[in-house]
Structure formats: C-alpha cells, structure tokens
Design a protein around this ligand. Structure first.
Ligand SMILES: Nc1nc2c(ncn2[C@@H]2O[C@H](COP(=O)(O)OP(=O)(O)OP(=O)(O)O)[C@@H](O)[C@H]2O)c(=O)[nH]1
Length: 332
C-alpha cells in the first residue's frame, strides 16, 4: 500500500481527497441534517459516497484516470450544487475544488470542468446575493483556474521530460537498460500475439579497458559514442539500440531471419574494423552474441542465451559472432 502511494502520484491525491472528504464533509453533512436542511444534507452525503466509491475503484482497478475524472466532476459539480443550495457559505467550497481538479485529471479536462461549473452557477444565479458578488466570484475563480491550468501544463511537460531522460543513456543518447527491460517484455508479448520474429544481439567492445588505460577515460567515451554512431548507420528504423552497461550494447531487431541477420552483422563487423580506430591507430573490434526469440520463451531466458553466446564469442578469441544455443531455452 505504502509502495503504491509513493509511486503513483494520482492515486495518492485521490486517497488524500477521499480522506479529506470523509474528515471535512462528514461533520457538515451531519450538521445539515441536524439543521433540517435535507437537500444540503443529501447533497453532502451524495458527494461523500461518490468520492469514497471512486477511491475504492481506483485502489481496486488501478484506473486512476477514470477515478480522477469522476472525482474532479464530483468535487467541482458537488461544490457548485452546494453553493446553489447554501449561497455564499457554499461558494467557499468551490475554490479548493477548482484547484484540486487539476491534480485529479488532465489540465484540459480540469479547466473544462471548472468553466462548466462556473457557467452553471452564472446561469442558475441563486448562489449569489448581488451582481457585484457574482462577478467578483466568477473573476477570481477564472483567475485561479487559469493559474492552475498554466501550472499543471508546465508540470506535465516537466514530468514527460524527466520520464524521457530517465530512459536514455546520458553519454551516447541511446536507450538505457531500464527501457530495454520494458522493450524486451513488449517484444515477447508481440511475438506471442502476432508471431513476429525477433533477434537480440549483445555487442561488447573488445579489450576496451586498454583504450581507457592507454588514452584516458574521455577518449574511451569518444570511442563509445563513435561505436554507437556507426551502429546506428547499420540498423533499420524499427530496430532498437540500448546501452546495457559499460561497453556492452544490445540490439533488438524485429522481423529478421537468421540469414539476413548474418549479412547485416558481418557487414557491421567489417565496417567496425575499417572505421573504428583507437587514437593509436589500432582497429577497435567487437564480439557479438545473437539469440533468436523462440516460441514461448521468456525475456530472461532470451537475454541469458544471447549473453551466453557473447561469453563464448569472447572465449573464442573475440571479434566474432556466435549464435545462441537452443538447448537452453526456458519458457516464460
Ligand atoms: N570511457 C569509459 N569507460 C567505461 C565506461 N563504462 C565502463 N567503462 C570501462 O570499460 C572497461 C571494461 O573492461 P572489461 O570489462 O575488462 O572489458 P574489456 O577490457 O573490453 O575486455 P573484454 O570485454 O573481455 O574484451 C573498464 O575499464 C571500465 O572502466 C564509460 O562510460 N566510459
């Protein structure tokens, strides 16, 4: 539970709103019934129950988008209903609701929900005791909604940027190991559903430590970047390249057969020997381990076979390509 609250921002907001609603609205609902104001009492109870149901739905299904949208509607729509029933006293409830809606749903939907509620209050009119009060309220509510909208948009774009950066290797700009795990799992699913063939190629530069030791770490970095640039020129748009760690890279290639793959990988190795040189002039080579995804195989087994093939390529003297052993296939 704590883990889900920590890692799912919208779920934590939905839960916080649920807890605040129970604590904040329950006494008012009781008070309205005690006053004999049945419409307001039922409105408060309805809002409370709807919020609780949406919170339970979010926890059960994990669908925080739908639950958040319903909660934004309930919070803002409920606030507007209470304002029409209670007048000025009820209007105070709308300000926190107008802001909360931006935490619960997308910025665009939140602003539409807020403006819808303001339009309803203006058309209905009974919430306000004077024209001056009405326009003061509407103006301040619009200012609050617009500021929250701009803030929410900026927040969304920064979150997207952070998420994007978290999937990239800062040195080479290719995807990192974290996104590789997700893409491998997606490839296994796609292969099971649509029968797409996939190859996994693990590439490791040979004796890379010597380059670092002889010429320094920054030269090693440059070689890694040049290696990636060269790789990119040999692969298709649908292929994906990941940095697995250190001087080890992984290529995920959909729709390939063994013969075509062999040609591409041999070309790559020739071009590496020809073009990638250390500052001392020696060719920089790479060893390759290749595994074709088998029917019903798990991502872990697939990766382990490719890694084992790479290990054998290193053991066979490096600068060569080894295909994985099919006897080690383990199902998912
Ligand atoms: N310059 C640079 N070096 C790195 C980076 N990440 C890992 N390394 C270095 O890569 C080297 C890897 O060394 P080893 O694992 O012994 O591999 P190797 O020398 O290529 O030997 P083989 O793989 O057996 O051919 C180490 O010296 C690491 O410090 C990096 O981002 N930049």
């Amino acid at each position: 539970m704590y883990y889900r609250l920590r890692n799912n921002f919208r779920l934590s907001i939905i839960t916080l709103l649920g807890a605040s609603a129970v604590l904040g609205i329950t006494p008012f609902a009781v008070y309205r019934f005690w006053q004999g104001n049945l419409p307001a009492g039922f409105a408060d109870t309805g809002i409370l129950l709807s919020i609780c149901m949406a919170v339970v739905y979010a926890w059960r299904t994990g669908d925080t988008d739908r639950a958040g949208f319903v909660l934004a509607l309930v919070a803002v729509g409920g606030g507007a209903t209470v304002a029409t029933l209670l007048g000025e006293v009820g209007l105070f409830w709308l300000f926190p609701s107008l802001i909360t809606s931006f935490f619960l749903t997308s910025a665009l939907i939140a602003v539409l929900v807020n403006f819808g509620a303001l339009g309803f209050l203006l058309a209905e009119g009974t919430a306000f005791s004077s024209q001056e009060q009405m326009w003061s309220f509407v103006t301040t509510a619009i200012v609050v909604s617009c500021c929250a909208y701009v803030f929410a948009l900026r927040n969304d774009s920064q979150r997207e940027r952070l998420e994007h950066l978290a999937t990239l290797d800062p040195l080479t700009g290719v995807k990192n190991r974290r996104s590789m795990d997700q893409e491998l799992a997606a490839a296994v699913l796609a292969s099971q559903r649509n029968g797409v063939s996939y190859a996994l190629v693990v590439l490791d530069l040979d004796h890379f430590k010597r380059i670092n030791d002889e010429f320094g770490h920054s030269v090693g970095d440059t070689v890694l970047v040049e290696f990636v640039d060269l790789l990119v020129t040999h692969i298709r748009k649908s292929d994906q390249l990941f940095r697995f760690g250190g001087e080890e890279f992984v290529l995920l290639m959909p729709g390939v057969d063994e013969r075509g793959l062999d040609v591409v990988m041999n070309n790559l190795q020739h071009s590496l020997r020809r073009s990638l040189k250390s500052p001392g002039g020696q060719a920089v080579t790479a060893s390759l381990g290749i595994a074709l995804l088998q029917d019903g195989e798990s991502a872990a087994s697939w990766m382990a076979r490719a890694d084992d093939a790479l290990y054998r390529a290193k053991a066979s003297g490096r600068d060569c390509i080894i295909y994985a052993d099919l006897s080690a296939v383990a199902s998912g």
